[in-house]
Design a binder for this molecule. Structure first.
Ligand code: PEP
Ligand code: MG
Length: 893
């Protein structure tokens, strides 16, 4: 039978699937001999079973009985014992951290009798005991029984009004006793029965409520945002309560072993005296810097530092820690490998290499392409020396400007209108998640680097400044230093420095982009971040098996991509070269009445094309350049049918003669297609319009010969689009080979001819097609379109939201490769292509070439290269390195 409950002593940090992150790490700390309150973890399997059945799980009660008895023995107290009660917290903890998204119930075990026992335990502190009891009824009511939270808040408000005080702390034991009665009435009114007095019943109900919170709306939304699978379930931790709110010698805090914003080593964290953990995370009161704890309680401070060193040494990574001090005794409540900003991820990985804690392979796997992409975002350009409106804690870096909004709903609404918004709140809570997702940045007036806003924003890679305590945040305006900023006013928020500016501050490229561009300000060369990026990128390149090329169709793009580390061009789309002032030549080509007119138009285009290619070949001298012959339907280069029809009709009405427009209209009508994506495009166009491909092939070959004549080393590759049958390719190839032979002569220039694999039939007949192709490049945009039957230009905006909501896919298949379907076509084509022609060169040039997840897939399938837009080249290089390192790691396992 499955084991559903594990004592902390039975688990370890590698059991996250079963025990969740929190449970696994509590177990690890227990086994390291650190001071962890006794407790046990109910597995995520139990949660999954509970959610599937919708009712309690057979055998679970008995296991809980056993572990509770062991917990009671360890603590020398019984759950809810009226004389000397054991109280427990019931906390969620999934495999992946979902800060504040699921539920927690504290102080379970309190009832009308044990509240007196608790008071005695606390040295006759009645106030503390009754405050704990009212917190239990409130949390239990909201979480377990869905009592609206405002009802409790109203009752608390009335108690303060009756007493004529403003703060909760001004309520004494008698007030709180009366408040408990009021809360019980609220509870009974909504739930239909009294607040449960049986401690064990409280515990069971709390556990089930935490299970259910896995499917709470905000948890579902967070998982979707963070791409966390929906079927993991949460573990539940039942832990003996320790109290940070027993007086000035108690408190609670959060600590990081390094700065999670920049990666610098030091003492980072927040401490709140005489408070419970929730108060810190909720950012309700402004916290003290952790370093101040040294003055308050030196013994606990020293012990904490030594534990932090133990944890870093053990995990070989930045750890974040939650702790409580109960009357001078330190307790560890949680640790995990901490979330960090993109900059900190790079800096810390490089530092750990320097410190000999990890090797370079490990360091590369600790950073991601998504983080690198964030580092490439622009920064504020402060050349105009704008003076900041105020300053808070730079909690999550980035530079963002937008209109101020004050509620999550407004953020969602305005962002839906296409506006950039900044969500300004006193503090955020998990219900603000939709607004945080919609906003460009989050600004709060309270809370530190560990507040909800900071933790969630860092997880999402969103700019965040918190604890800007000069802000007075109102309903539809905030004031700072006598200035009033209204809803809709624009502010700029710098998540690195914590500065906030009125109006829109211009932006400049990031130093990481400057580094890639090779024009880094020398003063920045030793910046830890730039040095870290250099170290890790160099190692990723050494390890990568996949090469990274770029999609570029101008010399300037080619040059930039080369600076960014591209190993050539994987896709030069030639259709872009038919626009602008060349439209007229294209029109002549389309309207040609006879071969002479058509040949004239092609002859006029040919030197222009040759110049285009020469420019690109020069920039990519020595590296392969794949030029794709023209792909889209020609009528895309003509005016729209509707516009032209109206124009001609109006002219006719006026009795004016417009023979050119009429001819054009007839041509557009002739070429009009119901399904142009499935129509006369790609190789089909080349087979139907005599001379079109021949003109391009000649221009490519001539440009290559011209570069060779200059002493360069051109490596052109001609790519035929939309091939579905080998016969199509053979026909184009035969004509192209003749032209190439004629043009290159004995210049030594070699031109490869290959094809795109973007029609499912091509993938399925790859063995035949490989006979006529020296390379394949997977056009995964069209391959996805045609494999799914999704119109690539329409469906994402039209209905993908519903597919995402239903979990049919977790991410658009146009963004990240659909491994099972489209991926299978890629696998088949790669295998059958290589079987027919060993050494066949394989690449991908659809959008997926720059998507981190997909890059790992292309590595696994054994492609030679991925090709992506210039700005994604560094991202793909890093992911190609990670894929190589990780696949070696998994071969060893
Ligand atoms: C593709 O289909 O993946 C591709 C690269 O070609 P295009 O996007 O130009 O159709
Ligand atoms: Mg295509």
């Amino acid at each position: 039978m499955d084991q559903y409950v594990y004592d902390f002593a039975e688990g370890n940090k590698d059991m996250k699937d079963l025990l969740g992150g929190k449970g696994a790490n509590l177990a690890e700390m227990t086994n390291l001999g650190l001071p962890v309150p006794a407790g046990f973890t109910i597995t995520s399997e139990a949660c999954k079973r509970y959610l599937a059945q919708g009712t309690h799980v057979d055998g679970l009660d008995e296991e809980i009985d056993q572990h509770l008895a062991a917990l009671e023995d360890a603590m020398g107290r019984k759950l809810g014992d009226p004389a000397d009660p054991l109280l427990v917290s019931v906390r969620s903890g999934a495999k992946f951290s979902m800060p504040g998204m699921m539920e927690t119930v504290l102080n379970v075990g309190l009832n009308d009798e044990s509240v007196d026992g608790l008071s005695r335990q606390a040295g006759g502190n009645d106030r503390f005991a009754w405050d704990s009891y009212r917190r239990l009824i409130q949390m239990f009511g909201k979480t377990v029984c869905d009592v609206p939270g405002e009802e409790f808040e109203d009752a608390l408000h009335q108690a303060k009004v009756a007493k004529g005080v403003k703060d909760d702390v001004q309520l004494d034991a008698d007030d709180l006793r009366a408040l408990v009665s009021a809360y019980k009435k609220v509870f009974a009114k909504h739930v239909g029965h009294d607040f449960p007095q049986d401690p064990r019943h409280q515990l069971d109900l709390a556990i089930e409520a935490v299970f259910r919170s896995w499917n709470a709306d905000r948890a579902v939304l967070y998982r979707r945002q963070e791409r966390i699978p929906a079927d993991l379930g949460t573990a539940v931790n039942v832990v003996a309560m320790v109290f940070g709110n027993l007086g000035p010698d108690s408190g609670t805090g959060v600590a990081f072993t390094r700065d999670p914003a920049t990666g610098e080593s030091g003492i980072y964290g927040d401490y709140l005296q005489n408070a419970q953990g929730e108060d810190v995370v909720a950012g309700i009161r402004n916290t003290l810097p952790l370093a101040d704890l040294e003055k308050i309680d030196k013994k606990s401070y020293d012990e904490l530092l030594s534990i932090m060193a133990t944890l870093e040494g053990h995990y070989h990574d930045l750890c974040d820690i939650e702790f409580t001090i109960e009357r001078g005794k330190l307790w560890m409540l949680q640790t995990r490998v901490g979330k960090r900003t993109a900059a900190a991820a790079f800096t810390i990985a490089a530092q750990l290499v320097d410190e000999g804690m990890i090797d370079l392979d490990e360091a590369v796997t600790r950073v991601s392409g998504a983080q690198l992409a964030q580092l490439m975002f622009p920064r504020f350009d402060l050349a105009g020396d704008p003076s900041p409106l105020t300053r808070g804690v730079g909690a999550s870096p980035g530079a963002a400007a937008g209109e101020v909004v004050f509620t999550s709903a407004d953020a969602v609404a305005r962002a839906g209108e296409g506006k950039n918004v900044i969500l300004v709140r006193r503090e955020t809570n998990p219900d603000d998640l939709p607004g945080m997702i919609a906003a460009q940045a989050i600004l709060t007036s309270r809370g530190g680097k560990t507040s909800h806003a900071a933790v969630v924003a860092r997880g999402m890679g969103k700019t965040c400044v918190c604890g800007a305590d000069e802000l007075e945040v109102g309903r539809d305006q905030f004031t700072v230093g006598g200035r009033v900023v209204h809803e809709g006013d624009v502010i700029s928020v710098d998540g690195t420095t914590g500065r906030v500016y009125l109006g829109e501050v211009p932006v400049r490229p990031s130093e990481v982009v400057q580094y890639f561009e090779g024009d880094l300000d020398p003063a920045l060369a030793n910046e830890p971040l730039v040095a870290a990026v250099h170290l890790l990128m160099t190692h990723a390149d050494e390890k990568a098996r996949l090469k990274v090329r770029t999609n570029a169709d101008t010399g300037a793009d080619a040059a930039r991509a080369r600076r960014f580390g591209a190993h050539g061009i994987g896709l030069c789309r030639t259709e872009h070269m038919f626009l602008g002032d060349r439209r007229e030549l294209v029109e002549r080509l389309i309207l040609a009445h006879n071969p002479t007119e058509r040949n004239d138009a092609l002859a006029a285009l040919q030197p222009l094309q040759r110049a285009d290619f020469l420019d690109i070949f020069r920039e990519m001298n020595g590296l392969p350049v794949t030029v794709r012959l023209i792909d889209p339907p020609l009528h895309e280069f003509l005016p729209s049918l509707e516009d032209l029809a109206v124009q001609v009709a109006v002219a006719k009405e006026r009795g004016e003669d417009s023979p050119r427009d009429e001819r054009m209209l007839a041509a557009v009508r002739r070429m009009h297609e119901q399904n142009p994506m499935l129509g006369l495009r790609g190789v089909r166009l080349g087979l139907v319009i005599p001379g079109l491909f021949a003109m391009q092939v000649r221009a490519i070959a001539e440009a290559a010969v011209a570069l060779a004549a200059e002493g360069g080393r051109p490596r052109p590759e001609i790519m035929v689009p939309l091939v579905g049958a080998v016969q199509e390719l053979e026909t184009v190839r035969a004509e192209a080979e003749k032209i190439i032979a004629e043009v290159v002569g004995d210049s030594g220039v070699e031109v490869l001819i290959g094809t795109m694999i973007e029609v499912p039939r091509a993938a399925l007949t790859a063995g035949q097609i490989a006979e006529a192709a020296e390379f394949f490049s997977f056009g995964t945009n069209d391959l996805t379109q045609m494999a799914w039957g999704f119109s690539r230009d329409d469906v994402e905006g039209a209905f993908f939201w519903r597919y995402l909501e239903l979990g049919i896919f977790g991410i658009s298949p146009f963004e990240s490769i659909d491994r099972d379907g489209v991926g299978r076509l890629v696998r088949i084509a790669a295998e059958e292509g290589r079987a027919a022609r060993p050494g066949l060169k394989l690449g991908v040039c659809g959008e997926h070439g720059g998507d981190p997840e997909s890059v790992h897939f292309f590595h696994e399938v054994g492609l030679d290269y991925v090709s992506c837009s210039p700005f994604r080249v560094p991202v793909a290089r890093l992911e190609a390195g990670r894929a190589a390192i990780e696949s070696v790691g998994s071969d060893h396992r």
